[in-house]
Design a protein around this ligand. Sequence first.
Ligand code: FE2
Length: 209
Amino acid sequence: MCSSEFNSPSCAEAYYITNFPIGGSMSVNLLTKRLTLDNFILEMMSIPPQDLQIEQLQDLVGQLDLNDTLLRQHISFSDRTYARKLLCRTSRFDMLVLSWHPGQFTTIHDHAGALNVTRVRSGTLTARLFEVYDERSDREKLVRVIDEEQLGRGGLATVDRHHIHQLANTSDEKLVTLHVYAHPLASINVYCPNSGQVDRVALQYTLEQ
Ligand SMILES: [Fe+2]
C-alpha cells in the first residue's frame, strides 16, 4: 500500500499490515515497511557508502520484498560447491543468490571493508563469526570462532566491515540465501584455519544463466 493514510510515507515505500500472534486468539497489527527492488535501490543510492551502517543495511534487506520469480531464476545448485548467481549490481551494492547443498560451506573470510547482510530464503543457514587471537603479521593471523547461529527462513546474518565469518549449510536440506554487499564485492581476504595465512582473493561473477 502506498497511501497518504499514514503519516507522510514516501511513495518509494510500501506498508503492509502484518498480524503477529501474541497468544491465544489475540494478535497485534504492526505496520511493516516493504521495499520493492526499485525502491531498495533508491534507498541504497540515497546513503553515501561511507555513512551506511550495518544496522541500516540489515533493516533494508529485511524490508526487501523481492519478486520470488526473479529470485527463483537465480537458484542454481552445483555438486562441486555452493553456487553464486549475481542478481543485481549497482555502484553501491551487489545482490546475489547462493544455493547450497547440504554440507557445502564458504572459506573463513572477511569482505575487505564491505558490509554484508544475508537473508535466508529457504532452509537453515549456519553463520559463524571469528576473531583474530594471534596476529603474527598482515598476512598471518590465527582465528577462532566466537559466535555461531542457525537461521531459518527470513533470518538475517550481518557482517560488519571488520568482521571475519563463515557460512555453511550444516542441515540435511537444501539452502537458498540472498546476499547484499555494500560496497560491491571485488575481493575478500581468506584465512587459513591451520596456518593462519591470509590471502587476498579476487571475485568474479558470471551473468550467464
Ligand atoms: Fe562472506
